[in-house]
Design a protein around this ligand. Structure first.
Ligand SMILES: Cc1ncc(COP(=O)(O)O)c(C=O)c1O
Length: 458
């Protein structure tokens, strides 16, 4: 690293620059995301219908397409101060290793014990549940980051927390489960025989024992609805989650503005869309208002390609069909990605907000396979020092590709990507990669068509 830089390696905003309001990108969308539908009546879900499942305030946020700035309560801001503002890092060492004229920045969200951006929404959702006088919440978790974040938030606020963890992750990541238990959560592998929907799914899909996020969601919703004083919370996909995650983009934008840097390309991995949605929100707002232009890229795994090979239609968010219908890019709620895929990007659908923006051409998406993702993760770990989460490494992979394009064209583009978390609980996947035994199971057209054939008729 040369020492003539004017931009520091890490840009830290002072604590008083922690955003005071979330930014609701829907307020600037001319065509709003399609409303969730009641699967029985096919009419838009009302607040009254949603409130038995979700906390009141979160229902309000979910349905609010118009308020641009939504104040962050002091209690949530105080919790954020334990790990935010998070740094925006100029990846000088990676740039040098790649020999690219591009300037690469990453917003690092892994600097809290849960290890990812998920805590930004977990504390907000737990706070609103506590404020409503609830006893506890249920949720699903795939790779475990969301469940860990929610356990941490609930532990802090003294709220009960029941987590349904996709069975393959429960078995592959026993330490992750222990972290959740230490914060006071109960953790049940899904599919389980503790719920009607779990028993039904086990009976109908004897080959589906590994579980999926869609199945774990069904189980968590059933328990929330059937337990006094409980509500269900979700770590991605929903409008409210993207709203909470807008704190990532607001901070990133302030940090870039501090040094007069204008991003050219913004990149994030996409599971249900929350970290990318959060990172791009204020930039997308400028794009929607015609004030600036950005090349915005969602990166998904080739093994679960909802944006790049899915359809933009109404689908259930879960496998057991207990949730409302959401209009989104989906490869079908019965699609169960290969257990061979390491990351938490296994959801069959995509955030309705991002789906609408993608549909209108405000962003693009690419799919990458996991061997190239782990190559990128290794390059990043060896240059920038941080061991990245496999999910975040999808974004790294694309950022490296864009930086390599700049090397060919000689352009010094500003590339900003979301480093959504760290990979310390993903070492079995790193082991496979290091042993040379990692493969990728990319679904065939026939598999995707078979899953799409079972979409609900709307
Ligand atoms: C570190 C990390 N990044 C990204 C994701 C993907 O979720 P989302 O698309 O909601 O950001 C996950 C999900 O588990 C995650 O753990």
């Amino acid at each position: 690293m040369s020492n003539t830089q004017t931009i520091p390696y890490k840009i830290y905003l002072p604590e008083d620059k922690l955003p005071k309001a979330y930014y609701n990108v829907r307020a600037d969308m001319k065509v709003k995301p399609a409303p969730m539908l009641n699967p029985g009546t096919l009419q838009p879900m009302t607040a009254e219908e949603l409130e038995p499942v979700f906390c009141k305030e979160l229902v309000k946020q979910e349905l609010d397409n118009d308020t641009r700035d939504i104040p962050i309560p002091t209690e949530i801001r105080d919790f954020y101060k334990m790990y935010r503002p998070s740094p925006l890092v100029r990846a000088y060492c990676l740039e040098e290793a790649l020999g690219t004229p591009a300037h690469i920045y990453y917003k690092f969200e892994g600097n809290n014990t849960s290890g990812s951006h998920k805590l930004n929404s977990a504390i907000a959702q737990a706070y609103y549940a506590k404020n409503q006088g609830l006893k506890g919440v249920t949720t699903e978790t795939g790779a475990g980051q969301w469940g860990t974040a929610l356990s941490m938030a609930c532990g802090y606020l003294g709220l009960e927390c029941k987590v349904f963890m996709v069975r393959v992750s429960y078995e592959q990541k026993p330490d992750r489960r222990e972290v959740m238990r230490t914060y006071g959560a109960s953790v049940t592998p899904s599919p389980s025989d503790t719920t009607n929907v779990g028993r039904q799914i086990l009976a109908d899909h004897p080959d589906g024992k590994n579980g999926s996020l869609g199945t774990a969601i069904s189980e968590a919703v059933e328990v929330a609805v059937g337990t006094e004083g409980y509500r269900y919370v979700l770590g991605s996909v929903l409008n409210q989650v993207l709203l909470h995650q807008s704190i990532i983009g607001l901070e990133a934008k302030s940090a870039l503005d501090m040094y007069d840097v204008k991003a050219d390309i913004l990149i994030g991995c996409t599971g249900g869309g929350s970290n990318l949605g959060g990172l791009i929100s204020p930039f997308m707002g400028e794009k929607l208002r015609g004030e600036a232009d950005y090349d915005i890229i969602g990166v998904e795994p080739a093994s679960c390609p909802s944006f790049t090979r899915g359809k933009y239609v109404y689908d259930f968010c879960d496998t057991g069909h207990v949730t409302p219908l959401a209009k989104m890019y989906t490869i079908g709620n019965e699609f169960i990605p290969s257990p061979n895929h390491a990351g938490g990007l296994r959801f069959h659908g995509m955030s309705p907000i991002l789906s609408e923006l993608y549909h209108q051409g405000y962003m693009r998406a690419v799919a990458v396979d996991q061997v190239e993702v782990f190559k990128a993760a290794t390059t990043f770990a060896r240059t920038e020092g941080i061991l990245p989460a496999p999910e975040s490494s999808h974004a790294i992979c694309q950022a490296i590709k864009e930086a390599e394009k700049c090397k060919e064209t000689g352009e010094a583009k500003n590339i900003v990507f979301g480093l959504s978390g760290t990979g310390y609980f993903d070492l079995s996947a790193y082991r496979q990669f290091n042993d040379g035994t990692m493969t990728d199971d990319i679904p065939t057209d026939e598999q995707i068509a078979a899953s799409l054939a079972k979409l609900p008729k709307v």
